[in-house]
Design a protein around this ligand. Structure first.
Ligand code: PHE
Length: 360
């Protein structure tokens, strides 16, 4: 074909076909038969090469024009057909706004997060701020400044995870407790100090009540006239608030920690009610936390004068507190991602401790 009359006839025919295409499938068939690889227009474009220069000068632009117009026409027809399909769907489908909405699974706080928030709220009421430190600690903050001598057996009994160290350097550790935050706080600020430090800690342990990573909350108070009475009062008030009772009976058993002197473990009277514990009654004693008056060597290691400043510290396992309060018997599911387990213990996003409004 070498003249434009025929081309005009072809354009007329294709235009009619496009305009008559009844649906998207028919339209696409037309597109392929005209503009596809072996389509009529494409084949004619291929013939351009065999024409004389004069013919090509006429037919080249004519064919390109046809191709562009046809492409635009097909696009417009496709839009029209798609709109028509949508209009038809809108006209024929009805939305029943009275149907109940499908239930979305609701997220909720993990018990550990919830207990951490509860603790932060309770201690905030007593004037404590929240402090944080790194999970990967150095020997100084995790042990030395806390009065662990270099060969102290506690360095092994902690079953510490050591990091690889460059030649000649002490290895860093995954912190074995939150007590290094005491050191960081005393070295970076001035007394009076009242902080709690919640966070992850690591020990090489794995059974029903031990996981290699678990959570602690540390507490530290440093001031000029802090004494053991403050420690006891503060911790008894805390237990009352956390276990929601005003009948706390506590016992402070002598203990040993390198970083406190004297040191104690605090037990509270309790009884079991189902899986949960009821604090304040019963004839059993449960160990809740470790505590003591901050050792003068620790205060000195942080650059403070122990004759001027004293204070107390305490540390407790958050996961264990959650288990006790909410009657959970195995620690391991705490760190396995099964939301049914959370739901079983009734953790709801609506029943949370809130830093602004207190416990609800
Ligand atoms: N760091 C101690 C532990 O992990 C707990 C503790 C903290 C004891 C503060 C006394 C004072 O067991």
């Amino acid at each position: 074909m070498t003249d434009t009359t025929e081309l005009n006839a072809l354009e007329g025919r294709l235009t009619e076909q496009v305009e008559a295409a009844a649906d998207l499938k028919a339209l696409d068939d037309i597109r392929v038969s005209a503009l596809g690889k072996k389509g009529e227009v494409s084949l004619m474009m291929r013939e351009l090469g065999r024409m004389t220069p004069e013919q090509r000068q006429v037919m080249g632009p004519a064919l390109n024009g046809l191709k562009d117009r046809l492409g635009a026409l097909i696009d417009a027809r496709r839009d029209a057909l798609e709109n028509a399909a949508l209009d038809a769907a809108l006209a024929s489908e009805r939305v029943d706004v009275t149907l109940p909405a499908p239930r979305e699974p609701k997220g909720s706080l993990h018990p550990v997060s919830q207990v951490m928030e509860e603790l932060a709220v309770i201690f905030a009421d007593m004037g404590f701020a929240v402090a944080e430190g790194p999970d990967v600690e150095d020997d100084f903050h995790n042990f030395t400044a806390l009065n662990f001598p270099p060969d102290h057996p506690a360095r092994d009994t902690h079953d510490t995870f050591f990091m690889q160290a460059p030649e000649g350097q002490l290895p860093k550790v995954l912190r074995t407790h939150t007590s290094p935050v005491q050191i960081r706080t005393m070295m970076s600020g001035k007394p009076p100090i009242r902080i709690i430090a919640p966070g992850r800690v690591y020990r090489n342990d794995w059974d029903q009540t031990h996981t290699p990573m678990f959570h602690q909350v540390e507490g530290l108070v440093i001031d000029r006239e802090t004494h053991m009475g403050h420690l006891k009062g503060c911790l008894i008030d805390f237990i009352a608030a956390f276990f929601e009772t005003d009948q706390v009976e506590a016992r402070f058993r002598p203990h040993h920690f390198p970083f406190t002197e004297p040191s104690a473990e605090m037990d509270v009277r309790y009884e079991r009610v189902g899986d949960a514990v009821k604090v304040g009654s019963g004839d059993r004693w449960m160990e809740i936390l470790g505590c003591g008056m901050v050792h003068p060597n620790v205060i000195r290691a942080c650059g403070l004068d122990p004759d001027e400043y004293q204070g107390f510290a305490f540390g407790m396992g958050v996961d264990r507190l959650a288990m006790l309060k909410y009657g959970m018997s195995d620690l391991r599911p705490f760190f396995e991602p099964d939301p049914r387990w959370l739901a079983h213990y009734g953790f709801s996003p609506l029943l949370q401790a809130n830093l602004a409004t207190g416990l609800s």
